[in-house]
Write a protein that binds this ligand. Structure first.
Ligand code: DC
Length: 238
Protein backbone atom coordinates (compact mmCIF):
# COMPACT_ATOMS: atom_id res chain seq x y z
CA UNK A 1 0.00 0.00 0.00
CA UNK A 2 1.24 3.46 -0.82
CA UNK A 3 -0.24 6.58 0.69
CA UNK A 4 -2.24 8.47 -1.91
CA UNK A 5 -0.73 11.67 -3.24
CA UNK A 6 -3.05 14.46 -2.19
CA UNK A 7 -1.92 16.97 -4.78
CA UNK A 8 -1.34 15.47 -8.19
CA UNK A 9 0.66 18.57 -9.10
CA UNK A 10 3.34 17.38 -6.66
CA UNK A 11 3.98 14.27 -8.71
CA UNK A 12 7.53 13.96 -9.92
CA UNK A 13 8.71 17.05 -8.06
CA UNK A 14 10.26 15.36 -5.05
CA UNK A 15 13.96 14.84 -4.63
CA UNK A 16 15.18 11.37 -5.59
CA UNK A 17 18.65 10.22 -4.64
CA UNK A 18 19.56 6.92 -6.33
CA UNK A 19 22.26 4.77 -4.71
CA UNK A 20 23.36 1.69 -6.64
CA UNK A 21 26.19 -0.78 -6.27
CA UNK A 22 27.10 -4.43 -5.77
CA UNK A 23 26.19 -6.63 -2.78
CA UNK A 24 27.51 -5.54 0.60
CA UNK A 25 28.79 -2.22 -0.71
CA UNK A 26 26.95 -0.60 2.19
CA UNK A 27 24.14 0.77 0.02
CA UNK A 28 21.24 0.20 2.37
CA UNK A 29 22.85 1.41 5.58
CA UNK A 30 24.33 4.40 3.74
CA UNK A 31 21.01 5.19 2.06
CA UNK A 32 19.21 4.96 5.40
CA UNK A 33 21.70 7.31 7.05
CA UNK A 34 21.67 9.78 4.13
CA UNK A 35 17.86 9.81 4.19
CA UNK A 36 17.86 10.52 7.91
CA UNK A 37 20.38 13.39 7.49
CA UNK A 38 18.20 14.88 4.75
CA UNK A 39 14.98 14.29 6.69
CA UNK A 40 13.48 12.17 3.89
CA UNK A 41 12.51 8.51 3.58
CA UNK A 42 14.62 5.56 2.52
CA UNK A 43 13.44 2.86 0.11
CA UNK A 44 15.38 -0.42 -0.08
CA UNK A 45 14.40 -1.86 -3.46
CA UNK A 46 16.24 -5.12 -2.73
CA UNK A 47 13.84 -5.71 0.17
CA UNK A 48 11.00 -5.97 -2.38
CA UNK A 49 12.82 -8.67 -4.36
CA UNK A 50 13.49 -10.39 -1.04
CA UNK A 51 9.84 -10.09 0.06
CA UNK A 52 8.60 -11.56 -3.24
CA UNK A 53 11.08 -14.41 -2.73
CA UNK A 54 9.92 -14.97 0.87
CA UNK A 55 6.31 -15.07 -0.28
CA UNK A 56 7.13 -17.54 -3.06
CA UNK A 57 9.05 -19.71 -0.58
CA UNK A 58 6.09 -19.85 1.78
CA UNK A 59 3.96 -21.18 -1.07
CA UNK A 60 6.50 -23.53 -2.68
CA UNK A 61 9.84 -24.43 -1.09
CA UNK A 62 11.24 -25.93 -4.34
CA UNK A 63 12.45 -22.85 -6.20
CA UNK A 64 13.13 -24.86 -9.37
CA UNK A 65 9.34 -24.93 -9.79
CA UNK A 66 8.90 -21.17 -9.64
CA UNK A 67 7.57 -19.61 -12.81
CA UNK A 68 7.36 -15.87 -13.31
CA UNK A 69 3.54 -16.00 -13.06
CA UNK A 70 3.84 -17.93 -9.81
CA UNK A 71 6.29 -15.41 -8.30
CA UNK A 72 4.17 -12.47 -9.43
CA UNK A 73 1.12 -14.00 -7.82
CA UNK A 74 3.11 -14.51 -4.58
CA UNK A 75 4.33 -10.90 -4.84
CA UNK A 76 0.74 -9.69 -4.72
CA UNK A 77 0.89 -10.28 -0.93
CA UNK A 78 3.76 -7.78 -0.63
CA UNK A 79 3.14 -4.14 0.21
CA UNK A 80 5.47 -1.17 0.61
CA UNK A 81 4.35 0.91 3.56
CA UNK A 82 5.76 4.32 4.51
CA UNK A 83 7.14 4.52 8.06
CA UNK A 84 8.70 7.52 9.80
CA UNK A 85 12.12 7.23 8.20
CA UNK A 86 11.89 4.34 5.77
CA UNK A 87 9.45 2.39 3.64
CA UNK A 88 8.83 -1.11 4.97
CA UNK A 89 8.25 -4.17 2.78
CA UNK A 90 5.47 -6.17 4.41
CA UNK A 91 4.21 -9.64 3.62
CA UNK A 92 0.48 -10.20 4.21
CA UNK A 93 0.60 -7.00 6.25
CA UNK A 94 3.33 -8.24 8.63
CA UNK A 95 6.94 -7.17 9.09
CA UNK A 96 9.28 -10.04 8.15
CA UNK A 97 12.73 -8.47 8.44
CA UNK A 98 14.50 -11.61 9.78
CA UNK A 99 12.95 -13.78 7.04
CA UNK A 100 14.04 -11.28 4.35
CA UNK A 101 17.68 -11.41 5.49
CA UNK A 102 17.80 -15.19 6.12
CA UNK A 103 19.84 -17.59 4.00
CA UNK A 104 16.77 -19.27 2.40
CA UNK A 105 15.78 -15.97 0.81
CA UNK A 106 19.34 -14.72 0.17
CA UNK A 107 20.30 -17.86 -1.77
CA UNK A 108 17.21 -17.69 -4.03
CA UNK A 109 16.47 -14.00 -4.52
CA UNK A 110 18.69 -13.74 -7.62
CA UNK A 111 16.25 -16.07 -9.43
CA UNK A 112 13.39 -13.68 -8.74
CA UNK A 113 15.46 -10.59 -9.57
CA UNK A 114 16.04 -12.01 -13.08
CA UNK A 115 12.33 -12.04 -13.90
CA UNK A 116 11.44 -9.02 -16.10
CA UNK A 117 7.85 -8.68 -14.89
CA UNK A 118 8.98 -8.90 -11.26
CA UNK A 119 11.48 -6.12 -12.03
CA UNK A 120 8.66 -4.05 -13.52
CA UNK A 121 6.56 -4.67 -10.39
CA UNK A 122 9.38 -3.51 -8.08
CA UNK A 123 10.05 -0.44 -10.26
CA UNK A 124 6.38 0.55 -10.20
CA UNK A 125 6.13 0.23 -6.39
CA UNK A 126 9.29 2.28 -5.84
CA UNK A 127 8.21 4.93 -8.36
CA UNK A 128 4.83 5.22 -6.62
CA UNK A 129 6.60 5.73 -3.29
CA UNK A 130 8.54 8.65 -4.78
CA UNK A 131 5.35 10.29 -6.06
CA UNK A 132 4.40 11.17 -2.51
CA UNK A 133 7.73 11.64 -0.77
CA UNK A 134 11.32 12.76 -1.24
CA UNK A 135 13.32 9.53 -1.13
CA UNK A 136 16.74 7.97 -1.09
CA UNK A 137 16.45 4.67 -2.96
CA UNK A 138 19.09 1.96 -3.01
CA UNK A 139 19.42 -0.99 -5.38
CA UNK A 140 21.19 -2.07 -8.54
CA UNK A 141 19.36 -0.27 -11.35
CA UNK A 142 17.83 2.72 -9.61
CA UNK A 143 19.82 5.35 -11.52
CA UNK A 144 19.54 3.53 -14.85
CA UNK A 145 16.05 2.00 -15.00
CA UNK A 146 13.85 3.01 -12.06
CA UNK A 147 14.76 6.71 -11.88
CA UNK A 148 16.86 7.58 -14.94
CA UNK A 149 15.86 11.21 -14.26
CA UNK A 150 17.04 11.19 -10.60
CA UNK A 151 18.79 14.45 -9.72
CA UNK A 152 21.55 12.64 -7.87
CA UNK A 153 22.92 9.20 -8.69
CA UNK A 154 25.60 7.50 -6.67
CA UNK A 155 27.37 4.24 -7.53
CA UNK A 156 29.09 2.73 -4.50
CA UNK A 157 31.91 0.26 -4.94
CA UNK A 158 34.40 -1.32 -2.55
CA UNK A 159 37.01 -4.01 -2.75
CA UNK A 160 35.34 -7.47 -2.42
CA UNK A 161 37.49 -8.47 0.56
CA UNK A 162 36.62 -5.27 2.38
CA UNK A 163 32.92 -5.75 1.65
CA UNK A 164 33.13 -9.34 2.94
CA UNK A 165 34.85 -8.17 6.11
CA UNK A 166 32.26 -5.46 6.79
CA UNK A 167 29.42 -7.88 6.25
CA UNK A 168 30.96 -10.44 8.64
CA UNK A 169 31.56 -7.85 11.36
CA UNK A 170 27.92 -6.81 11.05
CA UNK A 171 26.69 -10.41 11.16
CA UNK A 172 29.06 -11.85 13.79
CA UNK A 173 29.50 -8.69 15.87
CA UNK A 174 33.24 -9.47 16.19
CA UNK A 175 36.39 -9.38 14.07
CA UNK A 176 36.27 -12.30 11.59
CA UNK A 177 39.15 -14.74 11.09
CA UNK A 178 41.16 -14.83 7.85
CA UNK A 179 39.42 -18.08 6.87
CA UNK A 180 35.99 -16.53 7.42
CA UNK A 181 36.93 -13.47 5.34
CA UNK A 182 38.25 -15.66 2.50
CA UNK A 183 35.07 -17.79 2.41
CA UNK A 184 32.79 -14.74 2.55
CA UNK A 185 34.78 -13.02 -0.23
CA UNK A 186 34.30 -16.06 -2.49
CA UNK A 187 30.55 -16.11 -1.71
CA UNK A 188 30.26 -12.37 -2.46
CA UNK A 189 32.09 -12.67 -5.77
CA UNK A 190 29.63 -15.43 -6.74
CA UNK A 191 26.68 -13.22 -5.78
CA UNK A 192 28.16 -10.31 -7.74
CA UNK A 193 28.32 -12.55 -10.83
CA UNK A 194 24.66 -13.57 -10.43
CA UNK A 195 23.52 -9.95 -10.15
CA UNK A 196 25.96 -8.54 -12.68
CA UNK A 197 23.52 -8.05 -15.55
CA UNK A 198 21.27 -5.72 -13.56
CA UNK A 199 23.97 -3.92 -11.55
CA UNK A 200 24.53 -0.87 -13.73
CA UNK A 201 26.36 2.37 -13.15
CA UNK A 202 24.52 5.25 -14.84
CA UNK A 203 26.73 7.40 -17.04
CA UNK A 204 25.89 10.42 -14.91
CA UNK A 205 26.39 8.64 -11.56
CA UNK A 206 29.03 9.77 -9.09
CA UNK A 207 31.31 6.81 -8.40
CA UNK A 208 32.38 6.50 -4.77
CA UNK A 209 34.91 3.83 -3.82
CA UNK A 210 34.31 3.22 -0.11
CA UNK A 211 37.19 0.78 0.44
CA UNK A 212 39.15 3.34 2.43
CA UNK A 213 36.26 5.50 3.64
CA UNK A 214 34.39 5.28 6.91
CA UNK A 215 30.65 5.05 6.61
CA UNK A 216 30.33 8.54 8.05
CA UNK A 217 32.67 9.92 5.36
CA UNK A 218 30.67 8.34 2.54
CA UNK A 219 27.40 9.55 4.04
CA UNK A 220 28.69 13.11 4.39
CA UNK A 221 29.86 13.14 0.74
CA UNK A 222 26.47 12.04 -0.50
CA UNK A 223 24.60 14.41 1.81
CA UNK A 224 26.69 17.34 0.56
CA UNK A 225 25.94 16.40 -3.07
CA UNK A 226 22.23 15.95 -2.28
CA UNK A 227 22.08 19.37 -0.60
CA UNK A 228 23.54 20.92 -3.76
CA UNK A 229 20.93 19.35 -6.02
CA UNK A 230 18.16 19.90 -3.45
CA UNK A 231 18.77 23.65 -3.74
CA UNK A 232 18.32 23.54 -7.51
CA UNK A 233 15.12 25.06 -8.88
CA UNK A 234 12.20 22.70 -9.36
CA UNK A 235 13.14 20.19 -6.69
CA UNK A 236 11.08 19.85 -3.52
CA UNK A 237 13.41 18.25 -0.99
CA UNK A 238 10.59 17.75 1.52
O1 DC B 1 20.62 -5.50 -2.12
P1 DC B 1 20.05 -6.88 -1.76
O2 DC B 1 21.09 -7.91 -1.42
O3 DC B 1 19.00 -6.79 -0.71
O4 DC B 1 19.33 -7.38 -3.10
C1 DC B 1 18.63 -8.58 -3.13
C2 DC B 1 18.59 -9.12 -4.56
O5 DC B 1 17.82 -8.28 -5.39
C3 DC B 1 19.93 -9.27 -5.24
O6 DC B 1 19.89 -10.49 -6.00
C4 DC B 1 20.03 -8.10 -6.19
C5 DC B 1 18.59 -7.85 -6.52
N1 DC B 1 18.27 -6.44 -6.76
C6 DC B 1 18.12 -6.06 -8.07
O7 DC B 1 18.28 -6.88 -8.98
N2 DC B 1 17.76 -4.77 -8.34
C7 DC B 1 17.59 -3.88 -7.35
N3 DC B 1 17.24 -2.63 -7.65
C8 DC B 1 17.77 -4.27 -6.01
C9 DC B 1 18.12 -5.57 -5.75
Amino acid sequence: MISPVSDAAERGRHLVVAIDGPAASGKSSTAQWVASELGVRHVDSGALYRAATASALRRESESALWTEDFVLSAAADVTLVPGDTTFHARLAGASIEAELRGSDVTSRVFLVAKMPRVRAWVSALVQQAAEGYAVVVDGRDIGTVVFPQARLKIFLVADARERAKRRLIQRLERQPSETEVAAETTALVHRDAKDESQTQQAVDAVLIDTTYLTQEEQVQRIVALARQVGRSPGVDAG
